[in-house]
Design a protein around this ligand. Structure first.
Ligand code: HAM
Length: 413
């Protein structure tokens, strides 16, 4: 019978890879904790309307990429394609958003998008996500950006590019959208891809982000958002940039940075790397004033980001496995001698003392066992042979200096 295989675009993480993820989570907890953020865990399943409303019906994520199904109670449910909408839903539901007081939450976990899998693009991927709710000040945008930078630095990842833009607000964005639509209409818009011919009317900002070469060529001279933002948005963005400058962060301004989710207002940012293939964005985020209210909460602004853990893992040094303190090999092969039981109990005692290690009671030569102990870099090799077992002892070999001595097993009680 052929073995059942995993689903396309989904991955298994064995220890060599999962160690990277554990390191990222530990660094995120440490860094975000220093910024006053607390951990929130939300369900992977939410009502479909949360994402349709929050992320926007016109986005690729909602239109083409969601894992949506009807459950046995006839409810339409969706595996979360991102974390922000769920975090806001949870905070609103718990009454945790007080206007005028900042709420700082982070969350980790798997997200699901039905995209075409390729290097750095999975159908189940993992995000580290942070949201600062309740603060409209440019200072909040900057704190979040600096927290992201600190986190990436703590992973030893350099050579990253921070790109910043402001997308304007509900007041000034319609003006920009009209200018864009007018620009595309005046062009030979039949040359745009099928999606963009629709988007130029429904969501013209998304045309700026299209990866189809013909569309890329046509947007080259499109009007820039900066010429259309209102005074208040310009002032907000100027204050963000001034503080980011003072903090010494290097960034580039990218007036074409529109992001793939509809909830953004004002500041948006992305962190990219040229070292991981075609999918260059390792993190993205921005301000989403109005989203809390749209999801039924109070009039509280918000700003946040998410990092893609698979993409960060590609840029990190692989952490080594922790060295085990011991490797305990049973070499007493006499039937019914009780050596295996004695070894299991001895290993248990060692673990209760805080030591880590493997107990090996399978048959095999001493040479191959010592080779294995060397491979896993065990600090000490414990050997329970017939002679030792009869004497109630165990041989302990220090794998660093080769020194060997016999100890009474009773001494470990
Ligand atoms: P996003 O840009 O859609 O933003 O995703 C954030 C990051 O998740 C990306 O930069 C990328 O590293 C990773 N990512 C996205 N899709 C995939 C995929 N299919 N495979 C592997 N990695 C992927 C958001 O999700 C927003 N919720 C971020 C945010 C939080 N904005 C404000 N708060």
């Amino acid at each position: 019978m052929s073995a059942i295989q995993k689903i396309k675009g989904f991955a298994d993480l064995f220890p060599e890879d999962s160690r990277c993820f554990t390191r990222m989570e530990a660094q995120a907890r440490a860094t975000f904790g220093r910024y006053g953020f607390g951990e929130l865990r939300t369900p992977v399943l939410e009502r479909t309307e949360l994402f349709a409303k929050g992320i926007g019906e016109e986005t690729d994520v909602v239109g083409k990429e969601m894992y949506t199904f009807t459950d046995r109670g006839e409810r339409s449910l969706t595996l979360r394609p991102e974390a922000t909408a769920g975090v806001l839903r949870a905070a609103i539901e718990a009454g945790g958003i007080e206007p005028g007081r900042a709420t700082r939450l982070y969350t980790f976990g798997p997200m699901f998008r039905y995209e075409r899998p390729q290097k750095g693009r999975m159908r189940q991927f993992h995000q580290i996500n942070a949201e600062l709710l309740g603060s409209p000040e440019p200072a909040a945008d900057v704190e979040v950006i600096l927290m992201l930078q600190d986190f990436l630095t703590s992973l030893g990842i350099s050579e990253l590019c921070f790109e910043l833009n402001s997308l304007g607000c509900r007041e000034c964005r319609p003006d920009y959208r009209s200018a864009l639509t007018a620009y595309f209409e005046a062009l030979d818009h039949e040359k745009l891809c099928e999606d963009c011919r629709r988007r130029m009317h429904t969501n013209p900002l998304r045309v700026l982000d299209c990866k189809v070469p013909a569309c890329k060529a046509l947007v080259k001279d499109a009007p820039e958002i900066g010429q259309h933002t209102c005074e208040s948005c310009r002032g907000h963005f100027a204050a963000v940039l001034a503080l980011v400058d003072k903090a010494g962060l290097k960034y580039t301004l990218n007036p074409r940075l529109v992001r793939g989710l509809d909830y953004y207002q004002r500041t948006t940012f992305e962190v990219t790397s040229g070292a991981i293939g075609a999918q260059t964005a390792v993190a993205g985020g921005g301000r989403y004033d109005g989203l809390v209210q749209l999801l039924g909460g109070p009039d509280a602004p918000g700003v946040g980001f998410a990092c893609g853990m698979e993409r960060l893992a590609m840029l990190m040094d692989r952490p080594e496995a922790e060295r085990p303190d011991f490797f305990l090999a049973v070499t007493d092969t006499r039937e019914g001698s009780g050596a295996v039981e004695a070894a299991v109990l001895l290993a248990h005692k060692l673990r209760l003392r805080g030591l880590s290690g493997e107990c090996d009671y399978q048959p095999g030569s001493m040479k191959s066992r010592l080779r294995h102990a060397g491979r896993i870099k065990a600090r000490k090799c414990y050997i329970l042979g017939a002679e030792e077992h009869d004497a109630g002892q165990v041989t302990v070999k220090d794998m660093e200096d080769g020194e060997q001595l016999k100890l009474d097993i009773a001494a470990f009680d």
